[in-house]
Design a protein around this ligand. Structure first.
Ligand code: ZN
Length: 406
């Protein structure tokens, strides 16, 4: 498994000349807890910088994970097109091996001038704010160490249409804080050297398409985890071809990148569920961190589509009663596992699914590689021929309820 994962990553990282904007997403299972998501932009130079950094971190993880029981690597990102030329990206790494490592890396790239931007290219005289920044840091992170703070530099930052965000590696501040440390500085308080596009903040409101379902006939719910991705459109095309639907348990930090596909899911009768924001192993998180993963994801889905998910699928299928008590979302697992990402073979995927589907089954597939997409047409055609109706997970729960009360 670990070898295979490495292989996937090497291919992804060394694709030459690829300028299609998308998210690269490598997500393992509970035997190999790796979740790496990062953007591919329309600039090759920036892409190379990002992928070589990810590669370096992955190699470091590989070296340190030996003999450690539950190693986990999580790389998540933020992405912002600040104006037509400038892209601002952050990569946040959390690594659990014999020691826990949190670190941050940022890239601010000017496409027009082919140049990575430093703080002095973006903000005039940040030093004037030095005292205020350190004061704010001490207020926000009370355990921060003053000696460390005096040496802090502003090397890691991103910018969006509201804030300049400064990031600090926890070791630099000597905090006990697990997560990366950051501070938002409102743009109003800065003298900027670049133009910022004020983004239009139009909210979209779409509701799930209504369908006629015969409650007495067989039903099945297809589910796709780990998307949205560059494969989502193709999945939606196949669903549409058969007038079928699915439930997409999406990873929050990818949602903005595939806003159109997210809206299409709802318009065409599919449902969106929550699969956390950055695909970390949930059992390791505090209550606050867990709720943050869930709320951030629901917020961004609501912003992009107007829909608020009510269902949650735990990452790596791992959860506890304690976690369940921390949220109102309903935990949804599956009854049929395609193992699509593992078997990577249409015939085997069909074999894992078709003989095992029963009335009321929930089928697990993944929306971050091509394997499930290739099998999907045949899966739907076959199940339709057997008389199955395709429903979302919420519809399935509703039908089970109605049947029980009959
Ligand atoms: Zn997942």
């Amino acid at each position: 498994m670990k070898l295979k994962l490495l292989f996937i990553i090497s291919i992804v990282l060394f694709l030459p000349g690829c300028t299609q904007k998308e998210i690269v997403s490598v997500i393992g299972d509970k035997d190999s807890m790796v979740a790496i998501n990062y953007p591919v932009t329309d600039s090759n130079i920036l892409n190379e910088a990002i992928s070589s950094y990810v590669n370096k971190v992955y190699n470091e993880f590989k070296k340190n994970q030996k003999n450690y029981e539950k190693p986990e690597l999580n790389i998540s990102y933020t992405y912002k097109e600040v104006n037509d030329n400038v892209i601002s990206v952050s990569l946040s790494t959390e690594m659990h091996t014999d020691k826990t490592v949190n670190k941050i890396k940022t890239f601010n790239y000017d496409k027009k001038n082919d140049k990575f931007l430093a703080m002095e290219d973006i903000v005039e005289n940040l030093d004037a704010l030095d005292y205020d920044i350190k004061k704010a840091l001490l207020e926000k992170y009370r355990e921060a160490d003053m000696d460390f703070l005096s040496n802090v530099t502003y090397d890691y930052f991103t910018i969006d249409n509201k804030n300049l965000t400064l990031y600090f590696n926890p070791v630099e501040l000597n905090t006990k804080n697990m997560e990366n440390v950051y501070l938002d500085i409102p743009l109003d308080s800065l003298k900027l050297l670049i133009d910022i596009d004020k983004e239009k903040d139009d909210n979209v409101y779409i509701s799930i398409k209504k369908k006629n379902i015969d409650y007495d006939k067989k039903v099945v719910a297809l589910t796709f985890d780990d998307g949205p991705s560059k494969y989502t459109s193709e999945i939606l095309d196949i669903l549409k071809k058969y007038n079928a639907c699915a439930t997409f348990f999406v990873v929050g930090n990818k949602v903005e990148f595939y806003s159109e596909q997210m809206q299409r899911m709802l318009k065409e009768g599919s449902e969106i569920g929550n699969h956390s924001y950055s695909h970390k192993w949930l059992n390791r998180l505090s209550r606050e961190e867990f709720q943050n993963e869930i709320n951030k994801t629901n917020d961004i889905i609501k912003k992009e589509t107007g829909f608020t998910p009510k269902l949650f699928r735990p990452t790596y299928g791992g959860y506890s009663d304690k976690l369940k008590a921390y949220t109102n979302l309903k935990f949804i697992l599956w009854t049929v596992d395609s193992a699509d990402w593992k078997v990577k073979n249409t015939e085997k995927i069909l074999n894992n699914i078709l003989p095992n589907v029963k009335d009321g089954s929930i089928v697990l597939m993944h929306d971050n590689h091509s394997y499930a997409v290739k099998a999907l047409d045949e899966i739907i055609k076959n199940l339709k021929d057997q008389g199955y109706q395709f429903v979302t997970v919420s519809e399935l729960l509703e039908i089970e309820n109605l049947r029980q009360n009959e």
